[in-house]
Design a binder for this molecule. Structure first.
Ligand code: OAD
Length: 237
């Protein structure tokens, strides 16, 4: 069985990371346009560096929750049965990796990575950046957070679309379905005749497009759903 899962801020909410829509368009009290656009970085790079430094440091105070761990368990079980799980996340935290998932696709970038605006080299990074941080590849002082800001193209779109085209089931967990292109994945999956499931606290904006919606907390519903899938994999043919 091949499954593609898209996760959003709701899967990390029970780990203590605040979601976007629940904070009235503010991200940790900052208007998005002050910290999450290319224009903001040109206008005030020091503020943008400081903002992402704080988000990156805050990762040290949070832990993966049962939903993250369950998806890692599912990935291993699918792999062992000859199938696959492609995990796509809109989240910039590192909780899927710390929960044991292999190779999550961070379509909106990740906090633990920075990128050179001069040579485009990317580096794993856990500390604080500033306008003076030098690129380890070319030596320029030209580093930016490796985050997809509003107005920029998400990463790995081609691989994600290929995985959706090849999957049996598309699942969306903890996302409001308000931000495209991620919000369009369910429409692509259903137009190709794929089975689709949403797990969210409340119906998302795209809820009507899913074959099934399960409403409640990801930390409770995801482990139960994963148990169901794994049981089905073990059933004799
Ligand atoms: P949102 O904040 O838009 O949506 C979070 C969703 O999770 C909401 O529908 C909540 O009801 C749901 N939710 C909250 N707690 C939950 C829980 N414990 N269990 C299950 N669901 C829960 O976050 P995203 O959809 O991830 O983009 O936002 C998408 C993108 O918009 C983000 O990646 C970011 C943002 O602006 C960029 O940074 C480019």
């Amino acid at each position: 069985m091949k499954i593609v899962i898209l996760t959003g801020a709701g899967i990390s909410a029970e780990s203590g990371i605040s979601t976007f829509r629940d904070s009235n368009g503010l991200w940790e009290k900052h208007p998005i346009e002050d910290v999450a656009t290319p224009e903001a970085f040109v206008r005030n790079p020091a503020l943008v560096h400081r903002f992402y430094n704080l988000r990156r440091l805050a990762l040290k105070d949070v832990e993966p929750n049962p939903a993250h761990f369950a998806l890692a368990r599912l990935q291993q079980a699918l792999h062992a049965s000859g199938g696959s799980l492609t995990l796509v996340t809109q989240n910039v935290d590192n909780l899927h990796t710390r929960g044991g998932s292999a190779s999550p696709i961070h379509m909106h970038g990740e906090l633990t990575s920075i990128r050179c605006t001069h040579c485009n080299a990317r580096e794993y990074f856990e500390d604080e950046t500033s306008v003076d941080t030098r690129c380890q590849n070319c030596g320029e002082r030209a580093m930016r957070p490796n985050i997809v800001w509003f107005g920029e193209m998400p990463f790995a779109m081609q691989s994600i679309e290929t995985a959706i085209a090849a999957c049996d089931l598309f699942v969306s967990i903890g996302t409001s379905g308000a931000v495209y292109p991620a919000a369009g994945f369910v429409h692509m999956a259903s137009s190709l005749g794929k089975d689709t499931l949403e797990i969210n606290l409340e119906p998302s904006e795209g809820s009507a497009a899913f074959n099934e919606s399960r409403l409640g907390k990801a930390g409770e519903l995801v482990p139960l759903w994963v148990d169901e899938i794994i049981k089905g994999l073990k059933r004799p043919l």
